[in-house]
Design a protein around this ligand. Structure first.
Ligand SMILES: [Zn+2]
Length: 394
């Protein structure tokens, strides 16, 4: 089974099936975002079990899926399970840098398509939401926002700080950023987010449900949209967002700054042209001394359609694992390598089976953790789900 092919830090393993159908690809990434040791209450680079959680950088994003897929593949092999299609596990690198150097998923697609070619893929991007300990939603990610970053820069001739001028690179940049912080992109819904909010309205009840209905109406109610936008999670589903993430400027404490720069990361609704977002940024910054340069390329992809076999299996199994929870199609506000696979013609679903409190999502943040029981339950769920989708015999 394991012909683990190490390729530029990517690993691929395959359990051979009868070949009656095209394979399933199980994709997880091994790389993580950096963590500042001094910010954490435990060592981020050592797996620590504490208070019912596994703490570690990457514990939720995305080592859980990598370990679950590998464990399950070994378990199928030990059982002598014969699926009706090959089951491929691909562990890839560089997801967290959006595969900027094309050594991760893009490298696999380009050089070893044969190793990972599949009818569809399961990937990160959709988990199980717990509220007060009870599972309320089981997410299936079918599309994602497009991440594009911009550099903002103000240049000035500088001078001695003992003779300051009103015109100052740092102040100009700061004022532009304040204008950006007060700006919201217009409301933009798509089929996935409409379906998502339909489900949310059923779950939430009360003012939120009323607001959602007023928001999805033909003429969206602006007060309702404003109230919903106060939730960062909902806001990210409602529109394109652009936020300042890095700042630099000046070269000496006693010199007027010759440069001031910021990085702004935008998460663009699928279908919105990047040039339009850039033009909006320039309009909102409202200062032609603030130069705006796009510094990376967004990966734009079409949503993956949910077919009956996949959705039906997820609904059936979810009802058993998390009774009462609703299966909801979602758009990720974050980006994953699902976009590259979708563009390569492999429909991709972000679906992890990992249950976590909706207010305790720490991926990329400090003290990243996953509940220990969710970890093992999710692994069991994926074991069953992949078995259902590969209808073989033991
Ligand atoms: Zn990830």
């Amino acid at each position: 089974m394991f012909s683990p092919a190490p390729h530029k830090g990517n690993l691929v393993a395959r359990l051979h099936g009868s070949g009656a159908r095209k394979p399933i690809l199980l994709l997880a990434h091994l790389d993580v975002v950096p963590a500042l040791r001094e910010d954490w209450s435990v060592d981020p680079f050592k797996l620590t079990e504490k208070d019912g959680y596994f703490y570690a950088r990457g514990s939720s994003d995305d080592k859980y899926m990598a370990s679950a897929f590998v464990t399950n593949l070994i378990r199928y092999k030990q059982e002598g399970y014969k699926p009706d299609r090959d089951i491929i596990v691909a562990l890839e690198t560089d997801e967290e840098i959006l595969d900027a150097n094309a050594l991760g998923i893009q490298w696999l697609i380009k050089n070893h398509r044969d190793l990972i070619d599949a009818e569809f893929a399961l990937n990160e991007g959709g988990g199980v939401g717990l509220e007060n300990g009870k599972a309320t939603r089981v997410s299936v990610q079918t599309t994602e926002k497009v991440s594009v970053s911009f550099a903002l820069e103000v240049r000035d001739r500088g001078g001695h700080s003992s003779v300051p001028r009103k015109d100052n690179a740092i102040y100009r940049l700061a004022e532009g950023l304040v204008r950006l912080s007060n700006f919201s992109f217009p409301l933009h819904l798509n089929d996935t987010t409409r379906a998502y909010f339909d489900h949310v309205a059923q779950l939430e009840g009360g003012q939120t449900a009323t607001d959602i209905r007023a928001m999805v109406a033909d003429k969206p109610d602006t007060d309702a949209v404003a109230r919903l936008s106060q939730s960062a999670g909902y806001n990210a589903q409602l529109r394109t967002t652009c936020v300042a993430t890095m700042l630099s400027g000046g070269h000496a404490v006693n010199a007027l700054p010759q440069t001031a720069g910021a990085k702004v990361n935008c998460r663009i609704m699928p279908g919105e042209p990047v040039e339009e977002v850039k033009a909006t940024l320039e309009r909102v910054l409202a200062d032609d001394k603030i130069a705006v340069t796009q510094i990376d390329k967004g990966v734009i992809s079409q949503p993956s359609a949910l077919n009956e076999e996949i959705l039906g299996s997820i609904e059936k199994l979810s009802a058993e694992f998390w009774p009462g929870a609703v299966v909801v199609p979602i758009m990720s506000a974050g980006a994953t390598d699902g976009s590259y696979l979708r563009n390569a013609g492999i429909p991709t679903y972000g679906h992890s089976g990992m249950a976590n409190d909706v207010s305790d999502l720490r991926a990329h943040g400090r003290d990243e953790r996953v509940p220990v029981n969710s970890f093992y339950r999710g692994e069991e769920y994926l074991y069953r789900l992949v078995k259902m989708l590969s209808g073989g015999t033991s």
